[in-house]
Structure formats: C-alpha cells, structure tokens
Design a protein around this ligand. Structure first.
Ligand SMILES: C[S@@+](CC[C@H](N)C(=O)[O-])C[C@H]1O[C@@H](n2cnc3c(N)ncnc32)[C@H](O)[C@@H]1O
Length: 216
C-alpha cells in the first residue's frame, strides 16, 4: 500500500499506461528485482509529458542510481537532449554507466560523480529542468543551488515529497525518519511560498512536486 492514494487507484492508473519499449521494460524489471528505488511508472509518464509539452532539452538530475530515470529523460527529449546526473555511490555509477552505454545513450547522459551539494556548488550551467531524487533530507539544502541552476521558465521536479504519507500525517511517522520528515516539510513550505516559484504538489507515486520558475 502506497499510503498516498488507495491501491485500487494506483493500480487503475498504472493499468492505463502502455508498455514501454522492450529494453526499457527489461531495465525497469531488473532494477525492481534488485530493489533499486527507481521512479514509479506513473511518475515516469508525468515527467515524459512535462518534457514533451515544455520542449525540455537540458536536465540536471540529483540521484542517478542505475541510470533508469536519466535514460527515460534522454529518450523523451530525443537525440539533442542532454542530461547531467549526480551520483555519489561508485557502485551505482558503474552500473549506470553500463546501462547507459548498452542503451546507446552515452552521448546524451553525463554522470557527475560525487556529493550533490559539492557538485552543485561548482556548477555554472543552467537547465530547463532539475529533477531532485537523491537523499530526501537534503532537498532543502539544495534549493538555492537549484534555483541558481534553473533557467527562468524552467521546472524543478522533486520526487518522494510525501514520503510514504509521513509528511502529511504525524501518525505515519517512523521515529528514525523524524529528521527527514521535518526537513521535507520545510522544503515543501519553502517551494510553496517562494517568490520565484509556482509550485504544485501531486499525490502521484510517492508524491511529486512540480515548481515552475517564473520568467524574469
Ligand atoms: C532514489 S535513487 C535514484 C533513482 C533514479 N533517479 C531513478 O529513478 O532511476 C537515489 C540515489 O541518489 C543517490 N544519492 C543520495 N544522496 C546523494 C547525494 N547527496 N549526492 C549524490 N547522490 C546521492 C543514492 O546513492 C541513490 O543512488
């Protein structure tokens, strides 16, 4: 049970999503078998829609894992689209590199190895979209850098923002997750009230926040 919406709603929405290409279905199956936490199918579909409808051509991702979502993004943007993706776990980096190469996406995806905060501090590029999917307690610390690296009119997309329902209900909070929950609540308050952002929070997957950076 997702704790975000009732299972029958999740199942129904997922049932409407047509299968992906055989190689991406294999990729999803293998990641799920290894219990790598990749984007939910309905979140994938929502972001593909955002990429297409906003003509996104450059994406910065925090949290590569095995390279599943970065491959989804690269394919959704088409051959001219570029993804820079940050990962600190070297075992994940090696697997992502292998998967991205096998899919023929190496010229579209660049893995930046290291801690997100340190990588973002150095970054001078700007992007059409930033996807936050790293450690959930860190989003709040990355916000200023994300705003600096996001083009006016760009989208900041943050995954798992309802964190198994714990963000919205104290009754669901597990003791050892209290710090993450407090930080995520702070983050959601910050992006919801930020003067440069218009934010919508959706009960999709584990909770997805979409923030549009207003045009200057
Ligand atoms: C949920 S997984 C990413 C899944 C991936 N976006 C996908 O959907 O295919 C989170 C990843 O973020 C990485 N991560 C967490 N905190 C990080 C940080 N501060 N800097 C860099 N990588 C981080 C973890 O090692 C993990 O591989």
């Amino acid at each position: 049970m997702s704790e975000i919406v009732q299972d029958y709603i999740d199942d129904y929405i997922r049932g409407l999503i047509p299968p992906d290409s055989p190689e991406m279905e294999d990729f999803r199956r293998n990641a799920e078998k290894e219990e790598v936490p990749i984007i939910h199918r309905e979140v994938q579909k929502h972001i593909e829609m955002l990429i297409g409808s906003n003509k996104i051509q450059s994406i910065l991702e925090v949290g590569t894992a095995v390279g599943f979502s970065s491959s989804v993004f690269a394919r959704a943007m088409g051959p001219a689209g570029q993804v820079d993706t940050i990962e600190r776990n070297l075992n994940m980096v090696a697997q992502a590199d292998e998967n991205i190469t096998a899919l023929g996406l190496k010229n579209q995806i660049s893995i930046m190895i290291g801690d997100a905060q340190e990588q973002l501090e150095e970054l001078t590029k700007t992007y059409d979209m930033i996807f936050l999917d790293g450690a959930k307690g860190h989003y709040i610390h990355l916000l200023d850098h994300c705003l600096r690296c996001l083009k006016p009119g760009g989208l900041l997309v943050s995954d798992n923002v309802l964190y198994k329902g714990m963000i919205a209900s104290d009754q669901l909070v597990i003791r050892r997750k209290i710090t993450i929950v407090k930080r995520m609540r702070k983050y959601l308050e910050a992006i919801s009230n930020h003067s440069q952002l218009v934010t919508s929070i959706l009960p999709l997957g584990d909770g997805l926040a979409i923030s549009w950076k207003k045009d200057e």
